[in-house]
Design a protein around this ligand. Structure first.
Ligand code: GLP
Length: 249
């Protein structure tokens, strides 16, 4: 796991954008895995800014999002489909038919999961997956205890996750109880992974990740076994890791 230490959220977003842009510019076909939440918002803003200034093209780019709430349709403001349109897709020239997000309104949700994995495979797999992390170590919506062998599946959200995401809703009760998420095995098949970590709320999670113990109780820990992971973390998130380094000196 390669660690890039940056000063703050702004620098994390800029470094991540440069990372993606160099991949976007050097390839003639690229499949990105995308995340939602507060963490990648600055990255998406930087990509939009670059598109305005440099006209970087996304015509050859496909994308697969990690997850979606069950019960929300794509036009509802708190759906991840809506988030992606508002925060990125509507502002760059990616083809809408090349953007993929699981449907939280599918009648056959199990079939939707299978179809999603199949679509990723038929696209040639994910070249570069962007990830955030939950404070309990979740990636996508894979909560602690999720099997490392899991493919795209339906999950019941941890109360802590619903509380963390309640800031986007009127109340915690309005946060859906279930979601559809790429599984850990699905994520791990990505050729390359870029994990973004910022802020005080992620200090414990980052420390646990860097300690290196791999356990299903802490889903992100499996990233220690992937051959091509880059973590971009800011000073605030790194506080406990720095303490660890001092202790080991
Ligand atoms: C959410 C998402 C994840 C995201 C994580 C962290 O619940 N499903 O994909 O990485 O939790 O969110 P944030 O970046 O807002 O802290």
């Amino acid at each position: 796991m390669k660690l890039i230490e940056v000063k703050d959220y702004h620098e994390m977003s800029q470094v991540a954008a440069d990372y993606l842009l160099s991949n976007i510019k050097k390839s003639d076909k690229l499949t990105l895995g995308l995340a939602t939440g507060g963490t990648p918002q600055g990255l998406y803003e930087a990509l939009i800014q670059d598109h305005k200034e440099n006209n970087t093209s996304y015509q050859h780019v496909s994308s697969f999002n990690l997850d979606e709430y069950i019960g929300l349709s794509g036009d509802q403001p708190n759906s991840y489909c809506h988030y992606m349109k508002e925060n990125l897709f509507n502002h760059i020239n990616i083809r809408s038919e090349n953007t993929h997000i699981p449907s939280g309104k599918a009648v056959d949700l199990v079939g939707e999961c299978k179809a999603y994995d199949h679509m990723i495979e038929s696209c040639g797999g994910i070249d570069l997956q962007v990830l955030g992390i939950g404070s309990n170590g979740h990636i996508g919506f894979n909560e602690p205890g999720t099997s490392f062998d899991s493919e795209t599946h339906i999950v019941e959200l941890a109360q802590s996750t619903r509380e963390a995401n309640a800031r986007y809703f009127d109340s915690t009760d309005e946060v859906p109880t279930h979601a559809i998420t790429m599984g850990i095995a699905t994520i791990l098949k990505s050729k390359e992974i870029l994990l973004l970590i910022s802020g005080q709320a992620k200090q414990e999670a980052l420390k646990k990740l860097m300690e290196g113990e791999v356990s299903e109780d802490f889903p992100a820990s499996i990233l220690n076994r992937h051959p091509n992971v880059t973590v971009i973390a800011d000073e605030e998130a790194l506080t406990l890791v720095e303490d660890l380094k001092q202790l080991n000196k």
